[in-house]
Design a protein around this ligand. Structure first.
Ligand code: SAH
Length: 458
């Protein structure tokens, strides 16, 4: 197509048939795709073009002609404004269908797979109050009011929030206390335009099976005033186990800085998944939905098909969660992770659980694995990878091919990079056996999945 068939400000009627990666509706006008915010699959809508590109365009909703049967009233009154949930206005069963299709279509479109077994998506029984970690930006409104809440979609304006329907319920008490503390002691919220002010974010973590609570204040300084009063107030909240500061004096969108200053208690909380206990520090990654994480790890364990004599490499291992989950069924597990604090947690976690067949290395997986393979000729029966959204580096995939494990279990939070990486491995020596999506992030557009590929000669 050389010219857009529509121009800016044109109005057309379309049916929303799909959803984009940010939850925006996608409809077509004579084959020309339009992305429309605030719509749901199944809506018949009058839309106005805001931007017309060559092969697709953007439009805004003018009028809902026939609302989708999948629309529901969001429980959260600010769901439409807040950037945290993109799908609360869509029936949960339909959200799951959307996520499963997203994984399937990435595997087909990007991965080039046509014949593979997809198990039904593993959904949540109760898609509310599931998040064990929340990060509240703190700011000031034009009229001077303190704002604590979440960023609006795609912006940094803070939507003031009293109650979040997907976060831990104890957050209400923490935020309510912090509001009065900030006002009483005139704590200046951080202003990111001017790079001035003190308090940037309030980060909370809750161990769902232990009830332990952590509060970590991200500050643009190395000192925090009225620490005693802060601690005294937070200790009134049930389960409080750890209070700390995180120093972030950079001009950056990254929430956490590198330095932690413990104020009260241990600088970590403990949680349990299945029968394994995990210590979690503020800088360590830990899956946000503990109920679904158990299901995710059970699927990964099932796909790994361990019998007790295997050597397993768990790459991007975080605090050793999957490694220790698998160590009970394997001869030896090695974990690799780039964040040193997470590896400290992983080693402590092995001890806490009396696991002595797990060993951990700090470093980038794409550097550690090729080096160990070259120098020590390491071996694996099973390799598990669980990379961040950008997926695995090719040098890592090449080392996996060279190591030739029987099975690779790929845990992914981005189906597009999952499909890209599986394509690379399956064009060589592997075959995609099965995939299962797991909903870790109800009401958001994100989806987790687990895939099993096996070596062809096996
Ligand atoms: N498997 C873990 C963590 C998965 S999240 C769990 O289920 O909890 C991805 C992890 O990869 C994070 O801990 C992140 O710090 C780490 N990471 C990011 N880039 C990496 C790299 N290049 N090499 C190794 N680890 C990396």
């Amino acid at each position: 197509m050389t010219d857009a068939i529509l121009r800016k400000n044109d109005q057309v009627e379309i049916t929303i048939e799909d959803m984009g990666s940010e939850g925006e509706g996608i409809g077509r006008y004579n084959g020309y795709a339009l992305f429309v915010k605030d719509t749901a699959i199944g809506d018949r809508a009058l839309v106005q073009i805001t931007k017309a590109g060559k092969s697709y365009g953007y439009a805004r909703l003018v009028k809902l002609i026939a609302p989708s049967p999948y629309r529901v009233t969001p429980r959260c009154p600010i769901a439409a404004k807040c950037g945290g949930c993109q799908l609360q206005h869509i029936d949960y069963a339909r959200q799951l269908e959307f996520k499963e299709n997203k994984v399937r279509s990435c595997l087909m479109r990007i991965g080039g797979f046509s014949d593979f077994y997809m198990e039904p998506i593993c959904g949540m029984e109760e898609p509310y109050y599931y998040r064990n970690k929340s990060q509240f930006p703190v700011g000031r409104a034009r009229d001077g009011r303190i704002l604590i809440g979440f960023y609006a979609g795609r912006t940094h304006s803070i939507i003031d929030t009293e109650h979040c329907y997907i976060g831990a319920e104890v957050n209400d008490k923490i935020i309510s206390f912090m509001r009065s503390f900030i006002e009483r002691y005139k704590i200046e919220p951080y202003n990111e335009n001017e790079h001035k002010g003190l308090l940037r974010h309030i980060v909370t973590r809750v161990g769902y099976s232990t009830g332990e609570v952590m509060v970590c204040l991200v500050i643009n300084a190395r000192q925090f005033p009225h620490k005693e009063e802060l601690i005294e107030g937070l200790l009134k909240i049930e389960g409080m186990k750890s209070i700390c500061l995180n120093v972030n004096m950079e001009k950056t969108n990254v929430i956490l800085g590198k330095e932690i200053i413990p104020l009260w208690g241990e600088p970590y909380i403990t949680d349990r998944i299945g029968s394994v206990s995990y210590r979690v520090s503020p800088l360590s990654f830990y899956q946000v939905n503990p109920v679904q994480t158990k299901k995710l790890y059970d699927i990964a364990l099932e796909y790994a098909d361990l019998h007790g004599d295997e050597t397993v490499w768990d790459l991007y291992c975080g605090i050793g969660t999957i490694s220790l989950y698998m160590a009970k069924k394997a001869r030896k597990v090695y974990g690799v992770e780039i964040v040193p604090e997470a590896i400290e947690d992983a080693r402590a976690n092995a001890k806490i659980n009396g696991i002595d067949n797990a060993e951990f290395f700090v470093g980038a997986a794409e550097e550690v694995l090729p080096r160990k393979y070259k120098e020590d000729n390491i071996y694996a029966d099973v390799i598990v990878v669980d990379p961040p959204r950008k997926g695995c580096e090719q040098s890592l995939l090449d080392t996996i091919l060279a190591m030739a494990p029987k099975r690779v279990v790929y845990v992914s939070c981005d189906p597009a990079t999952l499909a890209r990486d599986l394509k690379y491995l399956c064009e060589k020596d592997y075959e995609l056996v099965k995939v299962r999506a797991v909903d870790q992030f109800g009401h958001s557009v994100h989806v987790e999945s687990v895939a099993l590929i096996v070596r062809r000669s096996c």
